[in-house]
Write a protein that binds this ligand. Structure first.
Ligand SMILES: Nc1ncnc2c1ncn2[C@@H]1O[C@H](COP(=O)(O)OP(=O)(O)OP(=O)(O)O)[C@@H](O)[C@H]1O
Length: 525
């Protein structure tokens, strides 16, 4: 019993010790945990302390933003109102500048038109050029190739023609020697071409006997095109350049007049005959029902037009060369413009005409269909001369209706329209009588015009220069023609609508003027 009690006490003793140890350990652990918690707490406190300024900044930022957000609609309204006011002010400034510019532009345009009209009035609106074609290789080889034409080295408007021992002098507006290139010829006519953009109607005729180079000048050859193609290309590039301000439309028609019958060369059926009628819209303008008008929208279209016209012309006849000599070929280009900012509209027409051969076949005993062809050609060329004469003579009646050609071109020959007659001449002695006829025709056309464009000539209206430039009024082997002594209007032609840049100071012209003052011109023997 005592032993058991001793054991129990010892166990209790152990347990008591064990308890004290565990408590001590727990206390130590609790103390170290407490210490760690304190340390963490201190860290958190430190963090809290360091975050406080940032929090204050954030709070103040937030408050600031909040105020701004509250103020924003008001500020926005204010800014918009201010911007509106500034924009309105700028717009009104720009618009008044614009108005001023528009006013100036319109005034300049009117001035330009007035100057142009005045220039046309002073110069006369018919110009006559002459182009002498070169002698071909074949002709050079033949015995009869000696050219009878010569040029004035100091005056590019004079042409001398030797005939039967006498030298005839012709004075025109410009003479192109056989060396003149297609480009040089075009340079002289390009201002006339572009004037149709300004709303003028223009006619350029190639006149002369068969084989004198009319088609070469107008159509040209594949690698060296003539006036037709160059004109269309120039017009296209000019209107493209003006595109931001102007909206232009270029349309092209091609017509052939054969035996007084009109054919549509760009139509689906080129053998169909066309008629010329009064426009039912009451405008008093003529129109050709069914005439194809091809709208040119790209340079490629230009090639298409010429290919189609050429193909249609060729398919409707057996021999194109012969046929083209006996028919008039017309390329009619219309340029319509609209300026959206000024509201201005323009419409000009450029008629490029390769006339039928002017030789007088009727006098050489032609019969049947050849005779009819010749009569038709003579009739229309004479009608052209009569119309020009009547127009420039301000006759009350202008016989437009005497031929299809003049009837079709009525609106382009009338009013302030401009005409250029390109007289083609062969240099060969065999062709001399026809060359003389062509040059006389040209000179009479020019003299009709000149006789009305200077006061001097008005006084001489009824003298030798007033004869009508009718085609068949020119007689073969008639005495040498007297040069038209009217250089006054040409002397004042600086700034001509037709380029005068290439003209040389003219001894001949001075000579003409001094002869003019004596009232007489002699032929050079
Ligand atoms: N300035 C020139 N330079 C080179 N060749 C030319 C020139 N003028 C004409 N020719 C050539 O002379 C020939 C006759 O010219 P073209 O056919 O143009 O005459 P045309 O007056 O139109 O004749 P047609 O009345 O028969 O149509 C052609 O072979 C042409 O190529």
């Amino acid at each position: 019993m005592e032993r058991a009690q001793g054991q129990l006490e010892a166990e209790m003793q152990n347990l008591e010790e064990e308890k004290n140890r565990v408590i001590e350990e727990a206390f130590i652990r609790a103390e170290s945990e407490m210490k760690a918690v304190h340390e963490n707490l201190a860290g958190v406190r430190m963090n809290l302390l360091s975050l406080q300024p940032a929090l204050r900044t954030l709070t103040s930022d937030y408050n600031c933003l909040k105020r701004q957000v509250q103020d924003f609609p008001f500020m926005l309204d204010k800014a918009i109102t201010e911007a509106k006011r500034e924009i309105c002010q700028v717009i009104s400034e720009v618009s008044s500048t614009n108005q001023e510019l528009l006013r100036k532009y319109k005034r300049e345009m009117n001035l330009r038109k007035k100057c142009h009209n005045e220039l046309v009035r002073l110069k006369g609106n018919i110009r006559v050029f002459c182009r002498v074609r070169p002698v071909s290789q074949e002709e050079q080889d033949s015995a009869d190739s000696k050219t009878m034409l010569s040029f004035d080295s100091e005056d590019d408007a004079i042409l001398y023609l030797s005939n039967k021992g006498k030298t005839m002098t012709f004075e025109l507006d410009k003479v192109f020697s056989p060396q003149a290139t297609q480009e040089e010829v075009f340079q002289e006519v390009q201002s006339l071409v572009t004037s149709c953009i300004d709303g003028f109607n223009v006619c350029i005729f190639a006149y002369g006997q068969t084989g004198s180079g009319k088609t070469y000048t107008m159509e040209g050859v594949l690698d060296d095109p003539g006036i037709n193609q160059r004109a269309l290309r120039l017009l296209f590039s000019e209107v493209t350049e003006k595109a931001p301000d102007w909206d232009y439309k270029i349309t092209v028609s091609m017509v052939e007049i054969y035996n007084e019958t009109l054919r549509n060369l760009l139509g689906e059926n080129p053998t169909d005959k066309l008629d010329i009628k009064m426009n039912p819209d009451g405008s008093g303008q003529l129109y050709v029902p069914g005439l194809t008008e091809f709208v040119v929208q790209s340079p490629e279209d230009i090639n298409k037009v010429f290919e189609l016209g050429h193909m249609n012309r060729a398919t409707a006849c057996t021999n194109l060369n012969e046929h083209s000599s006996r028919s008039h070929a017309l390329l009619i280009i219309t340029v319509s413009g609209f300026n959206a900012s000024t509201g201005n509209r323009t419409q000009g027409k450029l008629n490029l005409v390769d006339l039928a051969g002017s030789e007088r076949i009727a006098k050489s005993g032609a019969e049947g269909s050849r005779l009819r062809e010749a009569q038709c050609i003579n009739k229309s060329l004479s009608a052209l001369g009569d119309v020009i004469n009547a127009l420039r003579g301000k006759h009350s009646h202008v016989p437009f209706r005497n031929s299809r050609l003049t009837y079709l071109l009525q609106d382009s020959l009338n009013g302030d329209s401009k005409t250029l007659m390109m007289v083609q001449v062969s240099p060969l002695p065999n062709n001399m009588s026809e060359s003389v006829c062509s040059l006389k025709f040209a000179q009479r056309v020019r003299s009709v015009e000149l006789s009305l464009s200077s006061s001097f000539s008005r006084r001489h209206e009824n003298s030798s220069t007033s004869s009508s430039p009718t085609h068949d009024s020119v007689e073969l082997d008639s005495p040498p023609v007297t040069p038209v002594p009217l250089p006054i209007s040409r002397a004042s032609s600086a700034g001509s609508t037709l380029s005068s840049a290439s003209r040389t100071p003219s001894i001949s012209r001075r000579r003409s003027q001094s002869q003019l003052s004596t009232g007489r011109l002699k032929l050079t023997a």
